[in-house]
Design a protein around this ligand. Structure first.
Ligand code: FE2
Ligand code: FE2
Length: 234
């Protein structure tokens, strides 16, 4: 990932100070259920669970849009719109996969054990339930489905901002493994997870744009051009 002139510490602080998006009932029930299941404390293990779920909606949209393209090949506007969503969905899934790999790397470096909720079949069951929800929403109301994802991404960014704040020791822990180097060049593990948090903001911003709510995009210095400029879905 190309490193731009982004003040990661400033953006983490901005995320901590930014009020959360006014979550919908569905989102609040989801976050509340997760807190009840795994606890309210923000931990790496909890972030890992979030990352296991994170690619699920993008995968659902990718499948939906591929099916639409097959049905409407003669409609160039629809094919272009669907293609943009497929491309975005694939990029976001890849980015979320990186987040999971980085968390797993940090957990291994810390030689930390994993809590019960990361043992089979719990993550599988949660991802399955979430897949059913996102698949259904994508078919019934795609804009609402994408807006719900924006809420999840807002929640994810705040999770990372809090996680880094709760681990001041990460400031002095170098992140120099080959895996981290492939993701980017960072001074410390604190900066790695600040960047991950900012990725979540990019996901949130793109979700707002695709859902037709660009007024909610949270801008920052050095943000990618794509965030805030993608097409909306009908
Ligand atoms: Fe993520
Ligand atoms: Fe994300």
């Amino acid at each position: 990932m190309e490193q731009m002139q982004i003040d990661l510490k400033r953006e983490q602080q901005a995320a901590r100070e930014r009020p959360r998006y006014p979550y919908s009932v569905v989102a609040r029930v989801f976050f509340g259920s997760m807190d009840m299941l795994v606890g309210k404390e923000t931990t790496l293990a909890k972030a890992k669970l979030v990352e296991i779920l994170a690619p699920v909606p993008y995968h659902a949209w990718e499948r939906r849009e591929r099916a639409r393209v097959k049905r409407h090949r003669g409609d160039p506007g629809l094919v272009q719109e669907a293609g943009a969503i497929v491309l975005w969905g694939r990029e976001a899934q890849e980015n979320e996969r990186w987040h999971l790999l980085l968390i797993e790397k940090k957990i291994r470096e810390d030689a930390a054990g994993e809590p019960w909720y990361l043992s089979a079949p719990i993550p599988f069951l949660m991802a399955g339930s979430y897949a059913l929800l996102t698949w259904t929403m994508a078919r019934v109301a795609i804009r609402r489905a994408i807006l719900l994802n924006a809420e999840f991404e807002d929640h994810a960014e705040h999770t990372y901002a809090q996680l880094v704040h709760g681990h001041p020791e990460w400031e002095d822990q170098p992140a120099e493994s080959a895996l981290v180097q492939k993701y980017g060049s960072f001074r410390s593990w604190a900066d790695v997870f600040r960047r991950v948090g900012l990725d979540e903001r990019d996901h949130m911003n793109n979700s707002f744009v695709f859902a037709g709510r660009p007024e909610y995009v949270v801008e920052y210095e050095g943000m990618p051009v794509a965030a805030g400029s993608g097409p909306q879905v009908g």
